[in-house]
Every structure is written in structure tokens, then in C-alpha cells.
Ligand binder design. Sequence first.
Ligand SMILES: [Zn+2]
Length: 213
Amino acid sequence: MTRAPLTAQDCGLFSCHVCGLLSKGVKGSGESRCPRCSAPLHFRKPNSVSRSLALLIAAYIMYIPANLLPIMKTGSMFGAQDDTIMSGVVYLWHSGSWDLALVVFIASILVPLLKLIALTLLLVSVHFRSTWLPLQRTKLYRIVELIGRWSMLDIYVVTILAALVQVGSLATITAGPAALAFGAVVVLTMFAAMAFDPRLIWDPLKKARTEHD
Ligand SMILES: [Zn+2]
């Protein structure tokens, strides 16, 4: 069994959440502060799991209206039509644009759902202090953080469509209430990923190794 690497926490050193400086901290009134930027110092992000969980639950709740309410309202002289994300995908599929249907399905339904599941897995495993596949879980966290900024695709599709159609045409396209809910899911999962402290994945592993030694 290889020895667990020494962490800053073992040496009593804090890593500043704001400027990244590794220090013992300056004792102020109550909590330690960063000697460089005087931000409050903590070994791990405070209440990381509960804050991340609260944001994740809110994202799960918003995922329901994002998929059930219309994302796009189309109006023309032939009548008005409301489309949810899924009915939009089905419409695109049947009208022959199967590639676009696939992109919208992956970006708007599959990726947000996989992100919610990945964050749930990370939070549950950290809560139960699991030592299961820490490297893979850290990689999963990195992927979740990376795709956060790329998941607004659906909103772009609606905005581009609205701009294209409304220029010199009798038809109108407006974003439906689901667009707001969809945006909320994206923002909430991004905040949930930010609130999560990936170092918590490795902490129980160290304890397990120390006990083994
Ligand atoms: Zn600092």
C-alpha cells in the first residue's frame, strides 16, 4: 500500500479560496484570514455538500417545467403553435433535420440530465465518505464543470430562430416560459458544481489509508 500524499490540511496550511495563496493564515478576531487578500480561510469550502445539494434540488425542480412547458411559441397567419423541447425535437426529426434534432436532444435533454445525475452521484458518495474510484469521480467533476458553460445551446437556437423569422416575415417566434426554467437549470447546476469541493472526494481515502497503515 502506497502512503497517502501529504496535504496542505495535514500541515495546517490553508489554500485561499480567492487568491490561491497557501498560508497558515493570520489570526484575526475569530477566524483565520489570508495574509495577502484577507479573505476568510477554510480548509474546505464551508457547508460545501449542503449548499451544493440545495442548488441541485432546485435544479431538479426547474428541470420539470423546462421540459413540460413550451420553450417556443410560433405564430403565423395559419395559427399559433407551442413547442416543448421534446416536441421540437420530434418535429425536427420528422421534418428531415435529424442531425439538428440530435444536437438539440443531446444539448437540451440528455446533457442537463446527465449533469444532474453526475452531481447527485458526487454528493451522495462524498456524504457517505465513499472511497470508490476517487480518480474517476474527480474526472467526472471536471467534465461537469467544463460542460457548464456549453449547455445554453437551446436558448441560442430559440434566439437565432426568433431573429431569423422576425426579419421581414409574417410569422413570429417568441421564447416560452420553459426557456426561463431551462436557463435556471443551467445556472443552478453551474452554481452547484462551484459550491462542491472536489477535495472532499479524497479526504475519506486518506483516512482509510491511515487506518490501514
Ligand atoms: Zn487570498
